[in-house]
Design a protein around this ligand. Sequence first.
Ligand code: 1CP
Length: 344
Amino acid sequence: MSLQNDLLIRTARGEEVQRPPVWLMRQAGRILPQYRAIRARLSGFKELVSTPSLAAEVTIQPVDELDVDAAIIFSDILVIPEAMGLDYELIEKVGPRFPETIRSAAQVEELIEGNDAAERLTYVYDAVRLTKKELAGRVPLIGFSGAPWTLLCYMVEGGGSKTFSKAKRFLYQEPVLAHQLLEKITTSVIAYLKLKIQAGVDIVQIFDSWAGVLTPVQYQTFALPYIRRICEEVQSVPKIVFAKGAWHALEEFADVPCDVVGLDWTHDPTEARERVGPDKVLQGNLDPCQLYANVEDIERAVQEMLTSFAGRHIANLGHGVYPDTPLEGVKAFVRTVKEMELIL
Ligand code: 1CP
């Protein structure tokens, strides 16, 4: 089915458009009362993720409520470690926890990988197909995956962390094993994204949420080569790479075969454009905390951001929207972008 609003896709492909498309990382979720209502009557987050009709419903909620230019399939990056054989649980108010973490070569050896892992995630592809049907071409559907390094973080650390020092220790103490693990994650991510595309997603984003804990050299060694492989092998839809905190790698991203480079809020748009060069579209990068400000200040900040990017830009935040963000602030963000006719 053809898209009625294909602004995101045309922008990602580098076409000239009247205004930047707008969506928010983590737009489906706790900022919406409709989401909290559904979540409250379920046993937990995993029930929501693994029930296609519910996942489709919460995926479409922000399109109805916020009028964004794209939907992002409701799921989590942690479904890949799970499909590889590491179960996780989501503890209320704490976050994800993996009862078993990767410590040894024998454990890495045992992990399921590639198609064998990806094929276990039928509920994701069912959710994608159902969402596409229910969206009926209103806006594009974004598919996503964690980047190999970020997924390794959870598989070794066992949960969230400020420093990911256990995951980093693994790189320093077991570099060969780390590469073996990254290799297996990479083949799984490639197979997974291909199956999501087959099921109907129009564009994909790779989240390297914990890029920023690595040194520049470690990022070149343990993260970038795997992202490059994914981008080389996943074809047919545009690709967005968002590596939070990898400010040092902007020049390298210019050379990765992706269409869009996501920026966190610490980047100056003009400087980022100079460093990435003219070929990539940029996405971002309003500080998520800006949405706590009053509406007039939000409008001004969004206008300034759009002016500094000056086209070839997808409007978004510099990271996921925080759960306690006032809905009014989120709506002011979206509205201001949509009111801006870009002067090219
Ligand atoms: O309902 C709940 O209370 C569970 C909270 C929650 C939600 C709403 C989790 C657990 N995951 C999600 C959905 C989710 N996760 C989406 C779809 C919603 C949307 O974006 O519209 C997406 C894209 C993700 C991706 C994700 N999960 C990332 C990458 C994006 C980022 O923010 O950097 C990461 C790092 C995760 C791990 C994860 N899953 C859940 C939590 C609370 C976390 C973070 C854990 C930590 O602090 O390390």
